[in-house]
Write a protein that binds this ligand. Structure first.
Ligand code: ATP
Length: 767
């Protein structure tokens, strides 16, 4: 490449930036105009006189208010649109684009040149100076090198002959480097991107999206897209890009509020919440499964992440919990709920002033009076109608009661005025006026009853759930699950007594809510169009089936690494086969990501050796130090070693996370560091924020995060002794980007036995 090529590109860049600045000016003026218009309308709003003297007057007022509101909404929209536009333009001014592609469509097509950036920019309706990275044509940048490349358009596949692929690094409007490449996405660019230090916030990967990741990002056909990828293979990164892509692809028909991401914990939500804004989009709805379920049961304390992780796992508990997480159990709940159409629905009396108003027996009689064509949802709504009729009859008779008459007579002028509200007041007789007021008084008194009916409070979900649990042995062969009937009944009693103390396990919460939704005929949240579930290996099949039921119109993207199952362990292996029965196989796509980008080659080689079948994982070729495994004879020697490692990491400008197995272990480390005068932040709960500097994090909160340097505290035999902890240790070690240290006291964990000695530096600390 000649100097002049670079000069020409800089001239082109300057021209584009000049035009972006002009467009910024226009957008700023649009914002000001929209804001001014809005003020004017708001002022006019205040001047609309509320004419409530006559019925016509009220209608006129209402109409003019509505028209004003509409104008206000329009101005609000154009204000928002212009603000978003300005935001994108400001980003573009710094780095307008990162790639140039020259191509030709067919042998006779004319040669074209496009530039690709974070957003599109045109100086006239048909003249694009920059194409959005999400535009169909931009796909050729991610999907291939030079020559014929096919990309998908809304009208079907298109092939073009790519003649030139040029990548740029532009900083503050100046080309820092540029090079031509015939690779998919030049490794040097990726190397540069990956060489950066870790941050408390994840960044977008728009300039270096890999071909396999691009497949995930641009998928539109699958109802279920399952991404199985090694630690650090960019599952989370790709999926955030996918959200941005979907918002672009379905602009006008899809909003960020119709996309939900279920993430492993709140800390992780915080970690990723800058990526979409960086891409000029709004964040999707983000929550954890626990938050999703707990918000529906505010009075119940659903088992937290820590409780779940540190729960006792005796075999009996494990078998019951495994059963409660299975698809089989989900089907049992469904079957049980359907059976309630015939019998066994539990009701509660509807009370009025502490007296039984409609008895549960009466409600049951009504509920079961409809024929078998009435299913759960319409049976309930038919019952509701009957109950409302009973209430209305009672209101009509109650009107004549003495207390009501007295109440009407005692009404003050103001009370009468509020009761009439916007109602016309002309009555042809005094009696009619009296009846109107009396009815209002009675209806107000019966409001709690009306609410109890409309909110189905006469359903007794607690009794129903207890009945269901006791009924399970009749519906399922427990012995096939390795559970005796006595064990099951003991677990039922434990669940119910926990419930009386307002506590419920996550597995029971899911079943409880699903049963409730079935009983009340809820059909889920239809507005949600895309659901993403990160770290899906930690979900049970029951939870996934429940989410599918809860979001019936959504397409699902599930991301997981079966090697990082820290809650469900071996169950996660059956998850894929259970999933395949939930979704149409024709509309299911499974993508494997095997290349790990997070860590250096040395760390990836080490972590994959920890796994029993980690062969498939390949490292991105980036060199670093071998992991250090240090065994000290005493606890205090291990503490000393921790201090020297921390200061070595500090000197190398690597931010360290010390990852302990439990919160208690992390607290102990935090105390030691404090005593030694070393500054570090202990992350106790998922509601904390990640802050710069050394962190101490319990294992179950480190999911999905990454750090420059990781110190595993502590990798002794007494801490990690069981085969079932292999995946946990793998998950922890794979958080490290550049530097990994495992510290142990006494004997090293036997989980290290399978790691070849050549893959790490072993140290023995002397006392
Ligand atoms: N195409 C890419 N270009 C640049 N960086 C990338 C790319 N893909 C992944 N990365 C980086 O690699 C790191 C790991 O990515 P990410 O956290 O998405 O992986 P993951 O598969 O979700 O990992 P885990 O399962 O371990 O949580 C991140 O720092 C991410 O920015």
């Amino acid at each position: 490449m000649t100097d002049s090529a670079e000069q020409q590109e800089q001239v082109h860049l300057d021209g584009v930036i000049g035009k972006i600045k002009v467009a910024q000016q226009v957008a700023s003026e649009d914002i000001a105009t929209a804001a001014r218009d809005r003020k004017d309308i708001e002022r006019a709003f205040g001047e609309v006189h509320l004419n409530t003297g006559s019925y016509e007057g009220m209608t006129d007022t209402a109409m003019s208010l509505r028209a004003q509101q509409q104008m206000l909404d329009e101005r609000q929209n154009s204000w928002q649109h212009a603000t978003q536009r300005l935001d994108v333009l400001q980003k573009l001014e710094q780095t307008p684009y990162f790639a140039r592609i020259d191509f030709q469509e067919g042998p006779t097509g004319k040669p074209e040149t496009i530039y690709i950036g974070l957003g599109s920019f045109a100086d006239s309706p048909d003249h694009f100076l920059i194409y959005d990275w999400r535009a169909p044509i931009s796909s050729i940048y991610y999907d291939g090198g030079l020559g014929d490349i096919t990309y998908q358009t809304p009208d079907g596949p298109q092939t073009v002959d790519v003649k030139l692929k040029r990548q740029f690094q532009i900083k503050d409007g100046v080309i820092v480097t540029m090079f031509d490449t015939d690779e998919v996405v030049g490794d040097s660019m990726l190397m540069e991107a990956l060489g950066n230090a870790s941050d408390t916030k994840m960044k977008s990967i728009v300039t270096t999206i890999q071909k396999e990741q691009n497949q995930i990002i641009r998928d539109t056909n699958s109802d279920l897209l399952f991404v199985q990828g090694a630690a650090g293979s960019g599952k989370t990164a790709a999926v955030l890009q996918r959200v941005a892509w979907l918002l672009y692809r379905y602009r006008g028909n899809l909003t960020a509020g119709q996309v939900v991401l279920f993430s492993p914990n709140q800390l992780f939500n915080d970690y990723i919440n800058q990526v979409l804004p960086e891409l000029g989009e709004q964040n999707m709805v983000q929550m954890t499964y626990l938050q999703y379920t707990n918000r529906r049961l505010p009075k119940i304390q659903v088992e937290t992440l820590q409780q779940r992780f540190e729960a006792t796992t005796d075999d009996q508990f494990r078998a019951v919990n495994t059963l409660k997480g299975s698809l089989n159990y989900f089907n049992v709940v469904t079957e049980y709920a359907n059976h309630l159409e015939q019998a066994d629905m539990r009701f509660r009396d509807i009370k009025f002033r502490d007296q039984v108003f409609i008895s549960k027996e009466k409600i049951a009689e009504i509920y079961y009076s409809f024929n078998e064509n009435y299913h759960l949802a319409n049976r309930l709504s038919a019952t509701r109608e009957e109950l409302i009729k009973i209430l209305n009859r009672r209101i009509s008779t109650e009107i004549r009661d003495k207390w009501v008459e007295e109440a009407v007579q005692n009404l003050t002028r103001e009370e009468v005025d509020t009761m009439f509200g916007d109602q016309p007041r002309e009555f042809d007789s005094q009696d009619k006026e009296y009846r109107f007021l009396a009815r209002q008084i009675v209806m107000k008194a019966f409001k709690p009853v009306q609410l109890a009916i409309s909110r189905s409070r006469y359903l007794n979900i607690n009794a129903q759930y207890a009945h269901f649990l006791r009924h399970v042995p009749a519906m399922l062969d427990l012995s096939a699950q390795g559970i005796s009937e006595a064990q099951w009944q003991a677990s039922v009693e434990a669940t119910l007594s926990g419930y009386r103390n307002h506590q419920l396990s996550l597995a029971d919460t899911s079943a409880y809510l699903y049963l409730y939704d079935m009983m009340t005929g809820k059909k889920g949240e239809k507005a949600i169009r895309f659901v993403f579930i990160d770290e899906v290996q930690d979900y049970s099949a029951f939870q996934l089936a429940f989410l599918k039921f809860s979001f019936p119109r959504a397409k699902f993207t599930l991301l997981g690494d079966l090697n990082q199952a820290i809650f469900t362990q071996e169950n996660s292996r059956t998850l894929l086969s259970e999933l395949s029965t939930m979704f149409d196989p024709e509309k299911t796509r499974v993508v494997q990501l095997t290349k790990s980008y997070r860590s250096t080659q040395q760390i990836t080689d080490f972590t994959k050796a920890l796994l029993v079948d980690g062969e498939q994982i390949t490292a991105f070729n980036r060199a670093g130090n071998k992991p250090i495994v240090s065994v000290a004879p005493t606890q205090s020697a291990q503490e000393q070693r921790l201090l020297t490692q921390l200061s070595a990491n500090d000197q190398a400008h690597e931010t360290t996370a010390i990852i302990g197995k439990t919160l208690a272990a992390c607290e102990a480390v935090a105390d030691q560091l404090k005593a030694a005068g070393v500054k570090a932040t202990l992350i106790r709960t998922e509601n904390q924020r990640l802050v710069p500097g050394t962190l101490i994090v319990p294992a179950y909160l480190a999911k999905g995060l990454e750090f420059d340097a990781v110190i595993v505290w502590d990798a002794s035999k007494k801490v990690y002794y069981d085969e079932s902890e292999r995946q946990l240790l793998y998950t922890i070690c794979s958080r490290a980007m550049h530097q990994l240290t495992l510290l142990a006291t006494g004997e090293l964990t036997p989980l290290m036995d399978r790691v070849p000695a050549a893959l790490y530096t072993r140290e023995t600390v002397t006392a």
